[in-house]
Write a protein that binds this ligand. Structure first.
Ligand SMILES: [Zn+2]
Length: 306
């Protein structure tokens, strides 16, 4: 979407949620920022960015940190671009984006009429009408089962090697220590699944693109900035998961570096012995042994007491 459209949606959401001027401006700035980062395309493949920014925004919100508005703005940007029909021919795409920018934000009954009046095959029309009904219900429309499946596949794609089936529901069951920030409770997972809903048909028009994007963004923002939940509701403490990788890392997070140094030192030894007789041999041999010390320390060392 065009920068002006991202700004317009942010303003509209800020008004709807009664954000103050500063919060509204931060949301707006966050909503346009991603277009100055060279991480295109934005209309697909940004699911993890969306999830990450929503969680980040929620974390900051419960900490009373107003950067949460900018973080959520980033997530909303990618959601909005996801709802912009794919670029096929670039001049057509620009025209489409310009039409989105001129399209009005409609209320529910106006949007229903728009769906009925748009030139759509009957199946597509029905799909949009039932999608609109679901959106009106909010998070409730996402079943626990859908939510779990979507969450699992989101992480399976990203970390296929680490994925184990034994993990508890809703937890990406892994995996490296530094990713523990992604452990999210079912209510957080639902917001992310709501944000990542797909277009129910490939037919569309600019008015539909704008209005569905707006509705999804508004509901996500309403939940992220909601005080109704317990403060710890979304981000749970790391569970007692027992896949192979996690316990080892929790006990000693530096162990992988130890292993890397061992491998490196072994490679140096091989290269050294391939150079027996010239000056490189003693040098490489020396380096290999010097590296062994930190390798042993990192591998066998215990995690310092906290
Ligand atoms: Zn963009």
């Amino acid at each position: 979407m065009l920068e002006a459209t991202h700004r317009r949606i942010a303003k509209e959401i800020a008004k709807e949620l009664n954000l103050n001027e500063r919060e509204a401006s931060l949301l707006e700035v966050g909503s346009v920022n991603p277009d100055s980062w060279a991480n295109f395309p934005h209309h697909e493949g940004k699911e993890h960015e969306i999830a990450k920014n929503i969680l980040e925004a929620r974390k900051l919100y419960v900490q009373n940190d107003d950067e949460c508005f900018a973080s959520l703005g980033n997530a909303l940007h990618y959601i909005q671009d996801r709802w912009t029909m794919r670029p096929r021919l670039s001049d057509k795409h620009t025209k489409w984006e310009e039409s989105i920018n001129l399209a009005p934000i409609l209320d529910d009954s106006q949007l229903e009429n728009e769906i009925k009046q748009a030139l759509l095959p009957t199946k597509a029309e029905k799909a949009y009408l039932s999608f609109l009904e679901d959106l009106k219900k909010g998070l409730v429309s996402i079943s626990d089962e859908t939510s779990k499946q979507k969450w699992d596949s989101l992480w399976k794609e990203r970390f296929p090697l680490f994925f184990s089936e034994e993990a508890p529901p809703y937890m990406p069951p892994y995996v490296p220590h530094q990713l523990l920030e992604f452990l999210v409770s079912p209510s957080g997972v639902k917001v992310i699944c709501y944000a990542l809903q797909n277009r129910p048909t490939t037919w569309s028009n600019p008015v539909l693109d704008l209005n569905f994007a707006y509705r999804i963004c508004l509901e996500v923002a309403r939940n992220v900035f909601s005080q109704e939940h317990d403060k710890k509701d979304w981000l749970e403490t790391p569970p007692k998961v027992t896949p192979m990788v996690t316990p080892m890392l929790t006990e000693n997070p530096l162990r992988p570096f130890g292993i890397m140094l061992f491998i490196f030192s072994f490679m140096l030894l091989i290269i050294a012995f391939a150079n027996v007789g010239n000056l490189l041999f003693p040098l490489l041999l020396g380096f290999a042994f010097i590296l062994l010390a930190p390798a042993i320390l990192l591998y066998f060392g215990k995690k310092p007491a906290e």
